[in-house]
Design a protein around this ligand. Structure first.
Ligand code: RAM
Length: 888
């Protein structure tokens, strides 16, 4: 056993790698993992001075970074090609050190690092970055739309658009910049350009529409020749119906439109641009209807045959109408796009006598079905989707008015390869039913599920000796996947799928661990700021809809996404630019909250969701929780004000730092005076308020509130007693109050309501309600009953930080805190995290009265290893082992 005071941690020999034990210490390896802003594929970026990131995969013991050199290997416009700049060696969002990029400019950069002892790494592999269209004047194309206008209060067939262009030479490079009002897909000679789904996603379209830049070089090879450009449009979020109210349509406009600009460079160095203009033609295609909620209807019999290829006669088509430029800015994506990321075959299927085929994909997922190997038509197939089955039928009631039904009529316009999938819709489902399958044979692979969500890079993993906790964690991962479909949503299946702020706020630390969501959420936060009200109020969901939340805009927990989400992202990703960008929004939120309190800054009025959906709330009243709404709201005022003070300090704004810290102290005193009983417990005696008071630092953890919280959870048999607000913090509060055993007892409980109860019912995602499926197997009668809501999965953050034991101790994991707190009978646990500085990991196991731990600290980070009963020790990069006596 290691003597924890004198030899607390031992470097594993030859471990100067990111976890690859045993490789020879060869000195620092070249930097890797190059990124530009938050993108690994930086084509068409929106800034002239992009920030650069990388990390070092390996360095010997004692190696300390001194500075980094970035070489501008080549650039196409500026004159400083070949320049080498000395920059900050952190490798995290380092400012662009060269002359700004011009629109469309390409630059190639690479990096190497010099240690303080003078040793130098090799150069990294180079990364090419290419600027998008940085100024409005770079767009010569116009938005074009079909000329017809019809009854826009009902679904209608979306248009297809085409035009042929003649390339006058051999194309050596081609870029297609494209955006749309509504969704789009573009083809060249019938071949799709790019693989982005549901583009351009959902932003606050009144302010911003995102464009994509595609490399279309291969599509245009072999000139001179004529090519056919084609586009399909669909309603999507722009024109389709949104929310449970069928009347909410055309939120942003009633005409779908495309803007596409194809810029080609010929072998002789000359260039030519083909943009959408009045020479394009419009018709209706095989898509009869397409809606995000309701699904897509395709009829291959009406799709004009060959319209995407050269020589098609479009004389009978209509000339498009060129629209006035919308007020919204055209901006590039901040993060990855939505893609088909995985294909899953059914694990089970059965065919009823009546002919319907039921499929189970074994996983609740966001996506759609793809029919493969269908015979030649004509015939029609209907595809319906659901999250659960009841009485041998798809349980579609939880979808409310979302039809989630795709219809496929085969015909000459099909793709010719015997496959079909809807293009512009997405469903949340595990089960599906196929009606009308045309032949007697059906193989499970004839219909597969395409998983569709934002194509983020997975960064965090969790493991432990209890498979139920691993499954719970896996369910959290799938709920994040299900609800990051361009915007972070509450649910992916019913007539809602909105960017509810509170759900994301509580889930931010978990999300930022599991996936690199920095770019996606940066984009969403831009919209949050743009849509914020004059009084600092934050819409309940973002993007918002006109008049969607007339009840008030200062709802705690939800609106606190303006402060706590950027702050949480900063801890994970170290993006100080995000703090700068969101400062005004965060400050406006806090100022608005303060102004809406009473003279003591206590919240006493206004609409609140409270501890939404705690287990006591009846099915029809999710807000009827045990916790006092204003006690919670005032606690959140304190939390956001304290965070704002720290945020101001981070930005060097000392006067705001001091004044918000002072205000926070006032709120704390008022909260204590108003919400504590004479004996020092919280007046509402709820788990949520008690836990929040402890975790936010409104009371001392070892005082009466902690003791009472432990009593409350024990008298409740360690079943859950919290909703959206209390659930993320209840385990942490118990830990801080010295009742880790209670936290584990809650975590491992599997009676309803508990985190593990849904597993006993076969759940593969996190549910909206603790009892979305009741113990008798029936679907909860509440109108809001989703089986894929990540909010209650925010406990995964506790699993990462406390069960496995890894947390940021400085923004961007510049310092890491490894502080596992084993318990609950677990014999081992661990986590791996790709931090901005490289891969970190921890694994611990308990046996024979000893807790043994192995941790990996990436190069460029430091760490503290804090084991139970031992003095914390500081570690530099490398892999370390330690052991302490431990009574399980
Ligand atoms: C429900 C949503 C969401 C929640 C709001 C308040 O409709 O599903 O999860 O944030 O209510």
């Amino acid at each position: 056993m290691t003597d924890t005071t004198t030899a607390p941690a031992r470097r594993v020999a030859g471990s100067e790698t990111d976890g690859r034990l045993g490789s020879a210490p060869t000195g620092p390896l070249a930097p890797t993992g190059l990124r530009v802003e938050h993108l690994r594929e930086p084509l068409g970026i929106g800034t002239a001075e992009p920030r650069l990131s990388w990390y070092l995969p390996e360095a010997g013991p004692g190696w300390e970074p001194g500075l980094a050199e970035v070489e501008l290997v080549e650039r196409t416009a500026g004159t400083d090609a070949g320049a080498v700049a000395e920059v900050d060696a952190s490798g995290v969002l380092v400012p662009w050190p060269f002359a700004p990029l011009a629109s469309r400019e390409r630059a190639v950069w690479r990096v190497r690092t010099t240690a303080v002892d003078g040793s130098v790494t090799d150069w990294s592999e180079p990364l090419e970055v290419e600027a998008g269209l940085l100024s409005d004047t770079d767009w010569t194309a116009s938005f074009v739309a079909a000329p017809w206008r019809e009854n826009t209060r009902v679904d209608q067939a979306p248009p297809i658009l085409r035009r042929e262009v003649t390339l006058r030479g051999d194309v050596v490079r081609a870029r297609l910049a494209v955006a749309s009002l509504g969704l789009h897909e573009v083809t060249v000679d019938g071949v799709r350009v790019g693989d982005a789904e549901l583009a351009p996603g959902w932003t606050s379209f009144g302010h911003r529409v995102r464009y994509l830049v595609h490399d279309a070089t291969e599509h245009l090879a072999g000139g001179p020749r004529t090519v056919a450009l084609g586009a399909r449009l669909a309603d999507g979020w722009y024109r389709g119906r949104i929310t449970w109210d069928d009347r909410v349509r055309n939120v942003y406009g009633d005409r779908l439109a495309l803007i596409a600009q194809l810029e080609v460079e010929y072998a002789d160095g000359s260039t030519e641009t083909f943009g959408t203009d009045d020479s394009w033609r419009a018709a209706r295609g095989g898509i009869l209807l397409s809606g995000l909620y309701d699904g897509e209807k395709w009829d291959g019999r009406v799709e004009p045959d060959g319209w995407q290829t050269v020589g098609f006669d479009d004389a009978a088509w209509d000339a498009v109408e060129v629209l006035d430029a919308p007020a919204a800015a055209l901006v590039p994506f901040d993060g990855p796009v939505v893609r088909v990321v995985e294909e899953i075959e059914p694990v089970w299927s059965r065919r009823w006598d009546a002919g319907a085929i039921q499929l189970d994909f074994g996983q609740n997922l966001p996506g759609r079905l793809k029919i493969r190997n269908h015979p030649v038509g004509p015939f029609g197939v209907t595809l319906r989707h659901a999250e659960v089955m009841q009485d041998d039928e798809l349980a579609t009631r939880p979808l409310r008015t979302a039809k989630a039904t795709d219809v496929f009529y085969s015909g000459p316009g099909d793709d010719g390869e015997g496959s079909w999938e809807p293009r512009f819709t997405v469903h949340g489902f595990r089960y599906a039913e196929v009606e009308g399958w045309p032949v007697s044979s059906f193989e499970p692979g004839d219909v597969v599920a395409q998983v569709v969500h934002t194509d983020m890079r997975r960064t965090g993993w969790f493991r432990c000796s209890d498979p139920r906790l691993e499954q719970l964690h896996e369910n959290v991962v799938w709920s994040m996947r299900g609800n990051f479909v361009d915007v972070p949503t509450d649910c992916p299946q019913r007539d809602e799928r909105l960017g509810w702020t509170g759900d994301l706020q509580v889930f931010t630390p978990t999300a930022a661990f599991l996936y690199d969501c920095a770019g996606v959420l940066r984009s969403w936060l831009r919209d949050l700021a743009l849509e914020q009200r004059e009084d600092g109020g934050v819409p309940f969901f973002v993007p918002t809809l006109p008049d969607s939340d007339p009840a008030g805009h200062h709802a705690a927990v939800w609106g606190d996404a303006a402060t706590l989400t950027p702050w949480g992202l900063f801890q994970a990703f170290g993006d100080r630019g995000l703090l700068e960008d969101q400062w005004a929004s965060a400050k406006a939120w806090v100022d608005g909250v303060l102004a809406s309190g009473d003279e003591d800054l206590v919240r006493v009025e206004g609409f609140e969701f409270g501890d939404w959906l705690d287990p006591l709330a009846p099915p029809e009243d999710a807000a009827a929780a045990k916790a006092d709404k204003y006690c919670l709201a005032t606690a959140y005022s304190y939390r956001s004000t304290s965070v704002l003070a720290a945020w101001a300090a981070e930005l060097g704004n000392t006067s705001d730092a001091a004044s918000y810290a002072e205000t926070a102290a006032r709120i704390k005193a008022s909260w204590q005076a108003r919400f504590l009983t004479p004996s020092g417990t919280v007046i509402d005696d709820s788990q949520a308020s008690s836990a929040i008071a402890i975790v936010f630092g409104l009371v001392d953890a070892d005082g009466p509130v902690g003791a009472r919280l432990s009593e409350l959870v024990r008298s409740n048999g360690h079943r859950i007693g919290t909703g959206f607000a209390g659930t993320p913090v209840v385990c942490d509060a118990l830990l801080l109050a010295g009742h880790l055993d209670d936290a584990y007892a809650m975590l491992l409980k599997d009676e309803c309501p508990s985190w593990l109860y849904p597993l006993t019912q076969g759940a593969t995602t996190i549910w909206e309600r603790w009892d979305s499926l009741l113990p008798d197997g029936r679907v909860n009668s509440g109108g809001m009953t989703s089986f894929n809501h990540y909010a209650l999965g925010s406990v995964a953050d506790f699993m990462h930080r406390v069960v496995a034991g890894i947390a940021p101790a400085a923004p961007g994991y510049a310092a890491i805190r490894f502080a596992p707190r084993p318990g609950g009978g677990l014999t081992s646990a661990g986590a791996t995290l790709d931090t901005p500085r490289g891969q970190a990991a921890i694994d611990w196991s308990v046996s024979d009265g000893t807790l043994s731990v192995t941790v990996t600290v990436p190069v460029g980070a430091t760490a503290v290893l804090d084991l139970p009963g031992a003095e914390p020790v500081e570690l530099s990069h490398g892999t370390w082992e330690s052991a302490v006596p431990f009574d399980a």
